[in-house]
Design a protein around this ligand. Structure first.
Ligand code: ZN
Length: 243
């Protein structure tokens, strides 16, 4: 079970598809049209365009019939196609805990990173795009390791009375987090771009999969039991998911 990125705020209507990599929520755009169609948006996310009065069940069946195609699109996203237009030059803007910061680059033999006063100061030996991107990932990974374990411990205590799950951090292009069937939790280091309420939502979502390995009403009830405003929090996940 994993939480895939929704590049846009959650729509009133959406179709949930279970893929190999996890769950995908696809917003439904009602239009005055005659047919249903799946669209890939510029940022790589999906959207279903459907006639105004078509029952949601029909739309759901259509989307499910295109599961292989969706899986292929996601795999190619994972392979780098349609990479996000993030920039890695001096002055480029990157988000940290929901706030925008300007990259301040310095050439140095040793990697260094700090954040404050509107800047993410980053020192790395080469200042080409790839080197800066890698150095920045290292910064988000360090911050994830420093800041996220306490969020996991906090919410895990609120939810359960059992041993903490194994926790790992990774850069992922299309998922905010995932929970393996053996109970290990993986969180995307890009979460550190999002505001804390949204980070907590992803943490709670993955933790609740320790109890319910699906997206059943019982799962959502458990999420809602500690985060009644989880939908509003999910809408704050508008930062880029990959690098
Ligand atoms: Zn999930």
């Amino acid at each position: 079970m994993s939480l895939l990125k929704t590049a846009q705020p959650l729509f009133a209507e959406e179709v949930l598809v279970e893929l190999e990599v996890g769950e995908l929520r696809i917003p439904v755009q009602r239009q005055s049209r005659k047919t249903v169609a799946l669209h890939v948006l510029r940022d790589g996310s999906f959207e279903v365009r459907a006639p105004n009065r078509l029952p949601i069940g029909v739309i759901r069946s259509f989307v499910h019939s295109r599961r292989d195609w969706l899986q292929e699109r996601l795999d190619s996203l994972e392979a780098g196609e349609g990479a996000l237009a993030l920039q890695y030059h001096d002055g480029a803007v990157h988000h940290f805990l929901g706030e925008p910061y300007k990259l301040k680059l310095m050439a140095a033999t040793r990697w260094f990173a700090s954040v404050g006063d509107g800047e993410i100061r980053l020192a790395t030996n080469k200042l080409d795009e790839l080197s800066v991107c890698k150095a920045l990932q290292k910064f988000y990974l360090r911050e994830a390791e420093v800041r996220l374990p306490e969020r996991v411990v906090f919410w895990h205590r609120r939810l359960f009375n059992r041993d903490l799950p194994e926790l790992k951090f990774r850069a992922m292009r299309s998922r905010w987090g995932s929970c393996a069937s053996h109970g290990g939790i993986m969180l995307n280091i890009s979460l550190l771009r999002a505001p804390l309420p949204a980070i907590d939502y992803v943490v709670v979502h993955e933790l609740c999969h320790l109890q319910h390995f699906d997206h059943s009403p019982a799962f959502h009830a458990l999420v809602g039991s500690v985060l009644p405003d989880w939908k509003a929090r999910a809408e704050l996940l508008t930062v880029p998911c990959g690098f």
